[in-house]
Design a binder for this molecule. Sequence first.
Ligand code: CUK
Ligand code: CUA
Length: 765
Amino acid sequence: MQLFGKRALLALSAFSFGLVTASTSWSADSLDDVMKRRGLTEKDVLAAAKTYVPTGKRDEFLAFASGGQSGQVIVYGIPSMRILKYIGVFTPEPWQGYGFDNESKAVLAQGRINGKDILFGDTHHPAISETNGDYDGEYLFINDKNNPRIAVIDLHDFETKQIVVNPIMKSEHGGAFVTPNTDYIIEASQYASPLENGYVPLSQFNEKYRGAVTYWKFDRKAGRIDPKQSFSLELPPYSQDLSDFGKGVSDGWSFTNSFCSERYVGGIEKGRPPFEAGCSQKDTDFFHMINWKKAAEVVKAGKVKMINDHPVIMMDTAIAEGILYLVPEPKSPHGMDVSPDGKFMIVSGKLDSHTYVFSFEKMMNLIKNKDFAGKDPYGVPILDLKKSLHTQVQVGLGPLHTQYDSKPCVVYTSIYVDSQVTKWDYCEGKVLDKLSIHYNIGHLMTMEGDSVNPKGKYLVALNKLAIDRFNPVGPLHPQNHQLIDISGDKMELLYDMPLPLGEPHYAVAIAADKLKPIIRYKSGWNTRTDEVHEGKTRPGKERVERDGNKVTVYGTTIRSHITPEIVEVQEGDEVTFVMTNLERAEDQTHGFAINGTNANLSLEPGKTASVTVTASRPGVFPYYCTEFCSALHLEMQGYLLVQPKGYKEVATKGAEGQAYTQADYDKQFKTNIETQGVIDSVVGYIVARNYQDFPPVVSLVEDATEQLGFAADTRKKAEEFAAKNDWQNATLWAGQWWQYQVKAADIGLRAKTYLDQHGAVEVKK
Ligand code: CUK
Ligand code: CUA
């Protein structure tokens, strides 16, 4: 404490004597020197200049990538490719306390299947909520392929709020994609299975196995999916794949492609050819064209079968009502991307070198005229491929996904086998440019590229393999996201970003200025239900309540102490800590962890979170704050003491360390008075400038003022004890008073630095 005290005072006095000034010197290296030394070409330097975002500056776009097998979402900036956040979604994420506090455990518990916790997810397709087909930056949805589920993430705080489990699917892939006003989120099955739960032999595949598509109703006001208003359509047992919603002229329709329309059931272990052979025999598969608006009316009219308590429109109803059609598409297709105006649907065949552009107008005419090429085995009308096509373009071997540019008719398709991105014109049907990537691209993403208003500028190639791009880290390589400049005629590769969390499939990117996340919660907030937490605790109201063997600790955290600091319980008690972070200052998060348990909270400013532990064995269990939140962070500690059953207190001597005298008190008092002088000079420096023009400084000043208020309160306590000649308590409270002063000074210096760096000017009084 003394050492820090001297250092802090030194820093403070250095400031007050004007010795601390912003550094103006710059490295003596010239750009040429650096290029030579690091072996950089002019092209490298240009690419660097296009991606580099200097300290303090921000990115133009934010990307949300699926985290693949990690079950999370990865957030990064474009063009810098700096990772900003991993959002815990289907999998516990310790830093955020996700899956460790009771509130987020309740969210993960929504994702239980047959009562079982599922602790991973295979996330594929994130979707940002839309208003009139434009990204609105309010919500993000993402699917889990392995255990058919959709999660809702609120982009006001980047937290997962809800997980819904698909009631009829056993596997999925074609989600999450949203309607132009986010009325519905689509989820399409992948591997056909019986819609009911239970065993059905594969010999009954054609009759009993089914695909399906679910339309999840999104309640925008509640910010949650409403499962009661959601419904599904029964589909043939083709392996449904990607989906997209129509927009503009095609609003009201959705499109879902499929592979293995051969309905092969495998059996390699019996000497039969594997799935990959049986599922790629035919030249074409089918995409499903579904009138979801009409389907919603059919559900309202009650023409559904309840399966697992969930309304399903069966195929014969869908056929009779004219809401389901099939369109042949290149075999083993991937990608289903509707153009910004909704007039075209682009599909690629993984085993074809062509990409097919379907015309919504042509298909609607065929439907209107009942001009069908035939029916599938389930009676679903099939449209003629040639009559549905606008054009067909040879783009390369193994085309997958397509994204739209801001320039009319321009699109980019990922070419998996050739490891390329092909830029082409879907109106004219011609290739414009090709760029090699490293290696084996899956999805690709342009800025707001699946909205009605793509922004162009950048493209990210989400590559499946990295091979030799990065320093080797063992056989499991990171993924490689490559940033490509698409502002000119020729695509230019700018940057390789390794992503080491899982295999992202799709990603979406939104203009950063559309996102308006909060920086603190309303005080005492349950961030998972978005309500005031029932255990919200105000300063001074911290307490421990007991009800039988249930003990509830209503605690708070603030720099730099946890209240209470000592919690004594008996062996066998069930102890719940409900902790409220009292901070209002930006980024002043505290953690809370208890030895020997999984208790691990992240308490962002204003948040209340709880955790329950069972005191199953007697002992001493230190708890502490896990975030380095302040100079006395290490002292942000406490003890959970679990007494053995039947324990009787015995009096002991010399319980704790040091005894203090009047001289100690006087010394501390003098230090504090001197420190106050220094603080006053910092305050003087700030208020002499136009600090009110800088909102971050205004909130720092508020925070410092609060700390000084605490300092004044503790000074009073110190003086009261001094008046009673209780030098022990007087000295310790004087020490606490000084702690608040140091915090205020720390904040003051941060404000001063900010003002210096942002060109604040002196104001004349
Ligand atoms: S999928 Cu993985 S590359 Cu799930 Cu959209 Cu195409
Ligand atoms: Cu709070 Cu460390």
